[in-house]
Ligand binder design. Structure first.
Ligand SMILES: NC(=O)c1ccc[n+]([C@@H]2O[C@H](COP(=O)([O-])OP(=O)(O)OC[C@H]3O[C@@H](n4cnc5c(N)ncnc54)[C@H](OP(=O)(O)O)[C@@H]3O)[C@@H](O)[C@H]2O)c1
Length: 268
Protein backbone atom coordinates (compact mmCIF):
# COMPACT_ATOMS: atom_id res chain seq x y z
CA UNK A 1 0.00 0.00 0.00
CA UNK A 2 1.47 3.38 -1.04
CA UNK A 3 1.49 5.86 1.77
CA UNK A 4 1.96 9.62 2.04
CA UNK A 5 3.30 10.69 5.42
CA UNK A 6 2.71 14.38 6.07
CA UNK A 7 3.71 16.42 9.10
CA UNK A 8 1.95 19.75 9.62
CA UNK A 9 -1.15 18.19 8.07
CA UNK A 10 -3.64 20.13 10.20
CA UNK A 11 -3.19 23.42 8.36
CA UNK A 12 -1.80 25.46 5.47
CA UNK A 13 0.84 23.90 3.26
CA UNK A 14 0.80 20.38 4.78
CA UNK A 15 -2.98 20.12 4.45
CA UNK A 16 -2.85 21.36 0.85
CA UNK A 17 -0.23 18.72 -0.03
CA UNK A 18 -2.63 16.06 1.27
CA UNK A 19 -5.46 17.45 -0.87
CA UNK A 20 -3.41 17.62 -4.06
CA UNK A 21 -1.81 14.20 -3.56
CA UNK A 22 -5.29 12.77 -3.18
CA UNK A 23 -6.31 14.42 -6.49
CA UNK A 24 -3.36 12.76 -8.24
CA UNK A 25 -4.72 9.39 -7.21
CA UNK A 26 -1.59 7.31 -6.54
CA UNK A 27 -1.75 7.40 -2.74
CA UNK A 28 -3.70 4.66 -0.98
CA UNK A 29 -3.30 5.81 2.61
CA UNK A 30 -2.38 9.06 4.36
CA UNK A 31 -0.52 9.39 7.61
CA UNK A 32 -1.40 12.80 8.99
CA UNK A 33 0.73 14.23 11.78
CA UNK A 34 0.24 17.39 13.87
CA UNK A 35 -1.14 18.37 17.29
CA UNK A 36 -4.74 19.37 16.40
CA UNK A 37 -6.63 16.10 16.06
CA UNK A 38 -10.02 17.60 15.06
CA UNK A 39 -8.48 19.42 12.11
CA UNK A 40 -6.90 16.19 10.88
CA UNK A 41 -10.15 14.29 11.37
CA UNK A 42 -11.93 16.82 9.15
CA UNK A 43 -9.17 16.47 6.53
CA UNK A 44 -9.27 12.67 6.71
CA UNK A 45 -13.03 12.76 6.12
CA UNK A 46 -12.57 15.10 3.16
CA UNK A 47 -9.84 12.90 1.63
CA UNK A 48 -12.19 9.95 1.84
CA UNK A 49 -9.51 7.26 1.79
CA UNK A 50 -7.67 5.42 4.56
CA UNK A 51 -5.99 7.84 6.92
CA UNK A 52 -4.02 7.30 10.10
CA UNK A 53 -3.95 10.28 12.42
CA UNK A 54 -0.93 10.70 14.66
CA UNK A 55 -1.52 13.44 17.16
CA UNK A 56 1.95 14.50 18.27
CA UNK A 57 3.90 17.51 19.44
CA UNK A 58 7.04 17.01 17.37
CA UNK A 59 9.06 19.30 19.64
CA UNK A 60 8.93 16.57 22.28
CA UNK A 61 10.57 13.16 22.68
CA UNK A 62 7.11 11.61 23.09
CA UNK A 63 5.90 13.13 19.85
CA UNK A 64 8.88 11.81 17.89
CA UNK A 65 8.50 8.47 19.64
CA UNK A 66 4.84 8.21 18.56
CA UNK A 67 5.92 8.46 14.91
CA UNK A 68 8.81 6.02 15.39
CA UNK A 69 6.55 3.47 17.08
CA UNK A 70 3.94 3.70 14.31
CA UNK A 71 6.61 3.21 11.63
CA UNK A 72 8.25 0.29 13.39
CA UNK A 73 5.00 -1.52 14.02
CA UNK A 74 3.36 -0.93 10.62
CA UNK A 75 6.49 -0.96 8.39
CA UNK A 76 4.61 1.04 5.73
CA UNK A 77 5.62 1.47 2.12
CA UNK A 78 6.10 5.23 1.89
CA UNK A 79 5.75 6.87 -1.52
CA UNK A 80 5.81 10.50 -0.37
CA UNK A 81 7.19 12.07 2.79
CA UNK A 82 6.38 15.72 3.42
CA UNK A 83 7.92 17.49 6.39
CA UNK A 84 5.72 20.59 6.53
CA UNK A 85 5.42 21.08 10.30
CA UNK A 86 7.20 24.26 11.26
CA UNK A 87 6.81 27.73 12.68
CA UNK A 88 8.66 31.03 12.88
CA UNK A 89 8.79 34.05 15.19
CA UNK A 90 9.67 37.57 14.15
CA UNK A 91 11.68 39.65 16.60
CA UNK A 92 15.19 40.23 17.89
CA UNK A 93 16.84 37.58 20.07
CA UNK A 94 15.62 39.29 23.25
CA UNK A 95 12.03 39.65 21.98
CA UNK A 96 11.52 35.91 21.53
CA UNK A 97 11.18 33.67 24.56
CA UNK A 98 13.81 31.00 25.16
CA UNK A 99 11.06 28.39 24.88
CA UNK A 100 10.00 29.56 21.40
CA UNK A 101 13.62 29.82 20.28
CA UNK A 102 14.31 26.22 21.26
CA UNK A 103 11.02 24.93 19.87
CA UNK A 104 11.74 26.53 16.48
CA UNK A 105 14.99 24.57 16.31
CA UNK A 106 13.38 21.41 17.68
CA UNK A 107 10.58 21.45 15.12
CA UNK A 108 12.10 23.03 12.00
CA UNK A 109 15.41 21.18 12.27
CA UNK A 110 15.52 18.30 14.75
CA UNK A 111 12.09 16.79 14.10
CA UNK A 112 12.49 17.19 10.33
CA UNK A 113 15.81 15.34 10.33
CA UNK A 114 14.66 12.60 12.71
CA UNK A 115 11.46 11.92 10.79
CA UNK A 116 13.33 11.84 7.50
CA UNK A 117 15.85 9.33 8.87
CA UNK A 118 13.11 7.22 10.45
CA UNK A 119 11.05 7.17 7.25
CA UNK A 120 13.86 6.50 4.76
CA UNK A 121 14.14 2.73 5.37
CA UNK A 122 10.43 2.45 4.47
CA UNK A 123 10.51 4.55 1.31
CA UNK A 124 9.73 2.79 -1.94
CA UNK A 125 11.85 3.10 -5.10
CA UNK A 126 10.71 6.24 -6.93
CA UNK A 127 9.66 7.73 -3.59
CA UNK A 128 9.85 11.46 -2.94
CA UNK A 129 10.67 13.63 0.04
CA UNK A 130 9.69 17.28 0.35
CA UNK A 131 11.39 19.24 3.13
CA UNK A 132 10.03 22.67 4.09
CA UNK A 133 12.65 25.34 3.62
CA UNK A 134 11.66 28.96 2.99
CA UNK A 135 12.49 31.99 0.90
CA UNK A 136 14.20 33.23 4.05
CA UNK A 137 16.83 30.50 3.92
CA UNK A 138 19.31 32.17 1.56
CA UNK A 139 20.90 34.80 3.79
CA UNK A 140 21.22 35.80 7.48
CA UNK A 141 18.11 37.74 8.55
CA UNK A 142 18.23 39.84 11.75
CA UNK A 143 14.84 39.83 13.55
CA UNK A 144 14.05 36.50 11.89
CA UNK A 145 17.38 35.02 12.82
CA UNK A 146 16.66 31.62 14.30
CA UNK A 147 13.84 30.85 11.88
CA UNK A 148 15.86 31.83 8.78
CA UNK A 149 18.88 29.90 10.10
CA UNK A 150 16.74 26.82 10.71
CA UNK A 151 15.57 26.99 7.09
CA UNK A 152 19.14 27.48 5.82
CA UNK A 153 19.90 24.22 7.60
CA UNK A 154 16.99 22.52 5.81
CA UNK A 155 18.26 23.68 2.41
CA UNK A 156 21.82 22.42 2.97
CA UNK A 157 20.61 19.23 4.59
CA UNK A 158 18.24 18.42 1.71
CA UNK A 159 20.80 19.14 -1.00
CA UNK A 160 23.32 16.80 0.65
CA UNK A 161 20.67 14.17 1.39
CA UNK A 162 19.67 14.08 -2.27
CA UNK A 163 23.14 12.72 -3.13
CA UNK A 164 23.06 10.16 -0.35
CA UNK A 165 19.67 8.69 -1.23
CA UNK A 166 19.91 8.71 -5.03
CA UNK A 167 21.12 5.11 -4.91
CA UNK A 168 17.80 4.05 -3.36
CA UNK A 169 15.83 5.72 -6.16
CA UNK A 170 14.42 8.30 -3.72
CA UNK A 171 14.53 12.05 -4.44
CA UNK A 172 14.46 14.97 -2.02
CA UNK A 173 13.32 18.53 -2.71
CA UNK A 174 13.74 21.60 -0.50
CA UNK A 175 10.63 23.76 -0.87
CA UNK A 176 11.45 27.48 -0.55
CA UNK A 177 8.37 29.70 -0.89
CA UNK A 178 7.96 33.41 -0.15
CA UNK A 179 5.11 34.40 2.21
CA UNK A 180 2.15 32.07 1.62
CA UNK A 181 -1.46 32.61 2.68
CA UNK A 182 -1.70 30.26 5.68
CA UNK A 183 -1.77 30.64 9.47
CA UNK A 184 2.02 31.01 9.50
CA UNK A 185 2.18 34.83 9.71
CA UNK A 186 -0.40 35.00 12.52
CA UNK A 187 1.80 32.67 14.51
CA UNK A 188 4.99 34.58 13.59
CA UNK A 189 4.07 37.61 15.70
CA UNK A 190 3.44 40.49 13.32
CA UNK A 191 2.06 42.49 16.25
CA UNK A 192 3.63 45.76 17.37
CA UNK A 193 5.64 44.30 20.23
CA UNK A 194 8.37 42.85 18.01
CA UNK A 195 10.70 44.09 15.28
CA UNK A 196 9.15 42.83 12.07
CA UNK A 197 9.05 43.35 8.29
CA UNK A 198 7.09 46.39 7.05
CA UNK A 199 5.48 44.36 4.31
CA UNK A 200 4.54 40.71 4.09
CA UNK A 201 1.82 41.03 1.45
CA UNK A 202 0.74 40.10 -1.21
CA UNK A 203 0.68 36.53 -0.04
CA UNK A 204 1.15 33.59 -2.40
CA UNK A 205 -1.69 31.16 -2.98
CA UNK A 206 -1.15 27.91 -1.11
CA UNK A 207 -2.79 25.89 -3.93
CA UNK A 208 -0.45 27.37 -6.52
CA UNK A 209 2.81 26.94 -4.62
CA UNK A 210 2.02 23.37 -3.59
CA UNK A 211 1.12 22.46 -7.18
CA UNK A 212 4.41 23.92 -8.36
CA UNK A 213 6.35 22.06 -5.70
CA UNK A 214 4.75 18.70 -6.55
CA UNK A 215 5.73 19.24 -10.19
CA UNK A 216 9.31 20.13 -9.22
CA UNK A 217 9.53 17.08 -6.97
CA UNK A 218 8.27 14.81 -9.78
CA UNK A 219 11.01 16.19 -12.01
CA UNK A 220 13.56 15.33 -9.31
CA UNK A 221 14.53 18.95 -8.56
CA UNK A 222 16.59 19.43 -5.40
CA UNK A 223 15.10 22.83 -4.68
CA UNK A 224 11.86 24.61 -5.57
CA UNK A 225 11.77 28.41 -5.21
CA UNK A 226 8.24 29.69 -5.84
CA UNK A 227 7.55 33.07 -7.46
CA UNK A 228 9.63 35.57 -9.45
CA UNK A 229 10.26 37.77 -6.40
CA UNK A 230 11.68 34.93 -4.31
CA UNK A 231 13.66 33.67 -7.32
CA UNK A 232 15.12 37.15 -7.79
CA UNK A 233 16.02 37.28 -4.08
CA UNK A 234 17.73 33.92 -4.44
CA UNK A 235 19.90 35.22 -7.29
CA UNK A 236 20.67 38.53 -5.50
CA UNK A 237 21.59 36.65 -2.35
CA UNK A 238 24.18 34.73 -4.34
CA UNK A 239 25.65 37.85 -5.92
CA UNK A 240 25.70 40.41 -3.10
CA UNK A 241 27.71 40.25 0.13
CA UNK A 242 25.82 39.53 3.39
CA UNK A 243 26.68 43.04 4.67
CA UNK A 244 24.67 44.70 1.87
CA UNK A 245 21.81 42.20 2.06
CA UNK A 246 21.48 42.67 5.80
CA UNK A 247 21.39 46.46 5.37
CA UNK A 248 18.68 46.14 2.71
CA UNK A 249 16.64 43.78 4.90
CA UNK A 250 16.99 46.07 7.92
CA UNK A 251 15.68 48.94 5.75
CA UNK A 252 12.48 46.91 5.34
CA UNK A 253 11.96 46.47 9.10
CA UNK A 254 9.79 48.24 11.64
CA UNK A 255 11.19 48.65 15.13
CA UNK A 256 9.04 47.28 17.95
CA UNK A 257 6.64 49.67 19.58
CA UNK A 258 8.40 49.89 22.94
CA UNK A 259 5.26 50.95 24.76
CA UNK A 260 3.64 47.76 23.54
CA UNK A 261 6.70 45.77 24.63
CA UNK A 262 6.59 47.13 28.16
CA UNK A 263 2.80 46.53 28.24
CA UNK A 264 3.48 42.90 27.36
CA UNK A 265 6.26 42.65 29.92
CA UNK A 266 3.90 43.94 32.58
CA UNK A 267 1.33 41.32 31.62
CA UNK A 268 3.91 38.52 32.15
N1 LIG B 1 3.30 30.44 5.09
C1 LIG B 1 4.48 30.97 4.78
O1 LIG B 1 4.58 32.16 4.46
C2 LIG B 1 5.70 30.09 4.72
C3 LIG B 1 6.78 30.53 3.95
C4 LIG B 1 7.91 29.74 3.90
C5 LIG B 1 7.96 28.54 4.58
N2 LIG B 1 6.90 28.14 5.34
C6 LIG B 1 7.02 26.87 6.07
O2 LIG B 1 5.95 26.04 5.64
C7 LIG B 1 5.67 25.07 6.67
C8 LIG B 1 4.16 25.01 6.86
O3 LIG B 1 3.72 26.25 7.36
P1 LIG B 1 2.30 26.86 6.96
O4 LIG B 1 2.55 28.07 6.18
O5 LIG B 1 1.45 25.81 6.42
O6 LIG B 1 1.83 27.34 8.41
P2 LIG B 1 0.62 26.84 9.34
O7 LIG B 1 -0.66 26.98 8.60
O8 LIG B 1 0.80 27.57 10.61
O9 LIG B 1 0.93 25.28 9.54
C9 LIG B 1 1.94 24.82 10.40
C10 LIG B 1 1.74 23.34 10.64
O10 LIG B 1 2.78 22.89 11.53
C11 LIG B 1 2.17 22.15 12.59
N3 LIG B 1 2.92 22.28 13.83
C12 LIG B 1 3.26 23.43 14.45
N4 LIG B 1 3.89 23.15 15.61
C13 LIG B 1 3.92 21.80 15.72
C14 LIG B 1 4.41 20.91 16.70
N5 LIG B 1 5.02 21.35 17.82
N6 LIG B 1 4.27 19.58 16.51
C15 LIG B 1 3.66 19.11 15.38
N7 LIG B 1 3.18 19.90 14.42
C16 LIG B 1 3.30 21.23 14.58
C17 LIG B 1 0.80 22.78 12.75
O11 LIG B 1 -0.11 21.85 13.34
P3 LIG B 1 -0.64 21.89 14.86
O12 LIG B 1 -0.68 23.31 15.28
O13 LIG B 1 -1.98 21.24 14.75
O14 LIG B 1 0.33 21.06 15.61
C18 LIG B 1 0.42 23.04 11.31
O15 LIG B 1 -0.16 21.88 10.75
C19 LIG B 1 6.47 25.51 7.88
O16 LIG B 1 7.63 24.71 7.97
C20 LIG B 1 6.87 26.95 7.56
O17 LIG B 1 8.08 27.29 8.17
C21 LIG B 1 5.77 28.89 5.41
Amino acid sequence: MSIALITGASSGIGREFARQLKERGDIEEFWLIARRRERMEVLAEELGIRARIICADLCTEEGICAVRTALESERPQIRVLINAAGFGRFGAHDQISERDTVRMIDLNVKALVLITHMALPYMEKGGRIIEMGSGSCFTPLPNFNVYASSKAFVLHYTKALQYEIKKYGVRATAFCPGYVHTEFLDAAGTDKAVNRPKKTKPLLSVEKVVRGCLRASEKGRTMYVTNWYTKMQHVLFKLLPDRILTTLWMGMQIEADTEKVSENENKD
